[in-house]
Design a protein around this ligand. Structure first.
Ligand code: IPM
Ligand code: MG
Length: 357
């Protein structure tokens, strides 16, 4: 029997509660589809700072490198908000993505039919369905560029640097084009080429990769400000969106809300190998941590992405996605509560999904 080694980075806030629910669903699919899963835990973020003094201990990097895949909850919280930038929990998250070379972040924004009414968009704007895949570059750009403080005209100032190399753009473009070939065959490359030099190189490079390697895929371009507007004006026009680290961070939060709740949006971070890091797009929600009211579905759907992209178990992934669709007709967590449907806690939501697999 195949056995997959999975590292759990439960993190802070609601992280532990939501990861526990995803673990249950992974165990359930393993039983059902004839493979086995074994879990090991490692520290990341605020909990790592408290235990070891740093947000990303070397032991965590080593464990993740040796595993088939990693499942992450969320990091951060008010307790660590006043730490210097490189000692914050978020630095641990950027650090693990960098250390594992996970340059491609896949963030699917889909509307589950039963959640249509939870979307802030009107029915006619949503149309038949919404299924967008945001491909965010994850280990470059301004989140990884040179930054610092200095003095300008005798006054304190600060700077961050957006820089992309051609190989960094080529590899993320290929991820987007490959995905588009398996979907409806359209890519929209989002940049700010009317202002930024790094965006002009981005556009030139995407254009060349398209011409040389993917002429069968339909490619168009959009400035990021226009894209933010188009996402709520006419989301149906998008299939795959490929963009830089910072633009993808912002646009994926926007797209998640279209789907009803950021509590529904999963993500996969991939590098050149099979292994990956899977995490919900939302944060650690410290205000509701420990109250058993968080929505575990984004983490459960992230586990489904793991089964699909890293472990090669697409049927098990589909079983989880189908169970999530069904559970939304029966019960809801508080963030997507609806009249006539039972409102349940995080743990019960996890149990219900398992019972539907
Ligand atoms: C995300 C988050 C992180 C990011 C933060 C917490 C560092 O917003 O995964 O989207 O910016 O990547
Ligand atoms: Mg974000």
């Amino acid at each position: 029997m195949k056995e997959y080694k999975i590292v759990l980075l439960k993190g802070d806030g609601i992280g532990p509660e939501i990861v526990d629910q995803a673990v249950k669903t992974l165990r359930k699919t393993a039983d059902k589809f004839g493979f086995s899963v074994c879990f090991d835990e490692a520290l990341l973020g605020g909990s790592a700072i408290d235990a070891t003094g740093v947000p990303l201990p070397q032991e965590t990097v080593d464990k993740c490198k040796a595993a088939d895949s990693t499942l992450l909850g969320a990091v951060g919280g008010p307790k660590w908000d006043n730490m210097p930038g490189d000692k914050r929990p978020e630095a641990g998250l950027l650090g693990i993505r960098g250390a594992l070379g996970l340059f491609a972040n896949l963030r699917p924004a889909v509307i589950f039919e039963p959640l249509r009414a939870a979307s802030p968009l009107k029915d006619e704007i949503i149309g038949d369905a919404m299924d967008i895949m945001i491909v965010r570059e994850l280990t470059g750009g301004i989140y990884f560029g040179e930054r610092g403080r200095k003095e300008v005209n005798g006054q304190p100032a600060a700077f961050d640097t957006e820089m992309y190399s051609v190989p960094e753009i080529e590899r993320i473009a290929r991820v987007a084009f490959d995905l588009a070939r398996k979907r409806s065959g359209r890519v929209c490359s989002v940049d700010k080429a009317n202002v930024l030099e790094s965006s002009r190189l981005w556009r030139e490079t995407v254009t060349r990769v398209h011409k040389e390697e993917y002429p069968d895929v339909e490619l168009n371009y959009m400035y990021v400000d226009n894209c933010a507007m188009q996402l709520v004006r006419n989301p149906k026009q998008f299939d795959v969106i490929v963009t830089s680290n910072i633009f993808g961070d912002i646009l994926s939060d926007e797209a998640s809300m279209i789907s009803g709740s950021i509590g529904m949006l999963a993500s996969a971070s991939l590098g050149s190998g099979k292994s990956g890091l899977y995490e919900p797009v939302h944060g650690s929600a410290p205000d509701i941590a420990g109250t058993d009211s968080a929505n575990p579905l984004a983490t459960i759907l992230s586990a489904a992405m793991m089964l699909k992209y890293s472990l090669g178990e697409p049927e098990a992934a589909k079983a989880i996605e189908d169970a999530v669709s069904k559970v939304l007709e029966i019960a809801r967590t508080a963030d997507i509560a609806a009249e006539g449907l039972r409102t349940v806690g995080c743990k019960e939501m996890g149990d219900l999904v398992c019972s539907l697999i």
